[in-house]
Ligand binder design. Structure first.
Ligand code: PBG
Length: 357
């Protein structure tokens, strides 16, 4: 369609309103004088396919997995999602590769006895997530592997950083995150994803990775991450809900803000982020679009746990068609400009896409 000054030519050319049919006239006698009928492009499946602007493919998917020591356990607040043992996670990784999902993300449920004030288990090179990375990389080396850098699965208070007298420390936390990133890179992680929202962590992690010879390890920064109620089920899954004291509003963004997201993203790009993320997803499509338009970076969205669970719960009640809501919501991310989406629906979508082809 020809666009001039942001307006379709067709609508600019039509200056007169359509003449209304006389009252009581048979519409078949005199069709409306409409040179443009938008419905022509929607009249059949082939036409809709021809003019479709955005489509979802398996290339757009990143599949977040929860891992646990020992046996798999369901995540009650996320129907259809389980915490997987390392062996199960290897099998899930194989399934991802078979479904042509390019990348998975690993989130550990740390044994409560191993959690402490400072999240020290995050730095153990033999912790759950590092063992999972090694096991998966050994069996499925062609699959991309992303890991969160943040302390919340490891701290007794459930915060992403070090807590002193009710304050989350910034620079001291960054020093720990740098070591967490190094431990994960050493284990074989491909993409380091700082999700903590401390200031300066992307640059510090980039420097440390480069100094240690990990110049090929990427950084996907959770650049615009909001303090959100939609993370609730995730905190169940990693076991930080029960222990979380207070909220994360001194480091995660205020949901009333939009311009601030651009500053956050700009800083992370300057510090060396290879890819950036906006989170949560669907309630923040405006942010996603602004960020993609402003920077043209590889830009990802996280369809977070609460978004997944809302769709699943409504579907289980028969209140909406879950499959359709899944496809529609994920395509919406593409339309807003996302290059990909972290979504718990990943294997289900990939199976559906494979069946359609
Ligand atoms: C940890 C982290 C969170 C999520 C991803 N990494 C939770 C939080 O910040 O409290 C949320 C993901 C989801 O809800 O699916 N920093």
């Amino acid at each position: 369609m020809a666009i001039k000054f942001g307006k379709p030519i067709e609508t600019r050319a039509r200056l007169q309103p359509v003449e209304a049919p006389a009252p009581g006239a048979d519409p078949l006698d005199k069709p409306l004088d409409l040179p443009t009928r938008m419905r022509r492009n929607r009249r059949s499946e082939w036409a809709r396919r021809m003019v479709r602007e955005n489509t979802l493919t398996t290339d757009d998917l990143i599949w977040p997995l929860f891992i646990v020591e020992g046996n798999r356990t369901p995540v009650v607040s996320m129907p259809g999602v389980e915490r997987l043992s390392i062996d199960d996670a290897v099998r899930a990784a194989e399934q991802a590769a078979k479904l042509t999902i390019p990348c998975i993300a690993l989130f550990p449920y740390t044994n409560p006895q191993l959690r402490d004030e400072d999240g020290s288990e995050a730095l153990n090179p033999d912790n759950l997530v590092c063992r999972a990375i090694r096991a998966i990389k050994k069996e499925v080396p062609e699959l991309g592997l992303l890991c969160d850098v943040a302390l919340d699965p490891f701290t007794s208070h459930g915060h992403d950083g070090l807590l002193r007298d009710g304050v989350i420390l910034n620079d001291e936390t960054v020093a720990v995150l740098v070591n967490q990133a190094l431990v994960q890179a050493e284990a074989g992680c491909d993409i380091i994803a700082p999700s903590d929202m401390m200031d300066g962590r992307v640059g510090a992690i980039r420097n440390a990775l480069d100094a240690a010879g990990f110049t090929d390890v990427s950084i996907m920064s959770y650049a615009a991450k909001y303090a959100s109620a939609f993370y609730g089920p995730f905190r169940d899954a990693v076991g930080s809900n029960a222990t979380l004291t207070g909220d994360k509003r001194t480091y995660q963004m205020d949901f009333g803000n939009s311009a601030e997201a651009l500053r956050e993203v700009e800083l992370d790009i300057a510090e060396g982020a290879d890819m950036i993320m906006v989170k949560p997803g669907l309630p923040y499509l405006d942010i996603l679009q602004r960020v993609k338009d402003a920077f043209g970076m590889p830009t990802f969205a996280y369809q977070v746990s609460g978004e997944y669970s809302m769709i699943m719960a409504a579907a289980q009640n028969g209140w909406l068609d879950g499959e359709k809501a899944m496809m529609e919501s994920l395509t919406a991310f593409k339309r807003a400009g996302a290059d990909g989406v972290l979504t718990y629906f990943a294997p289900r979508v990939a199976e559906k896409l494979a069946k359609n082809n």
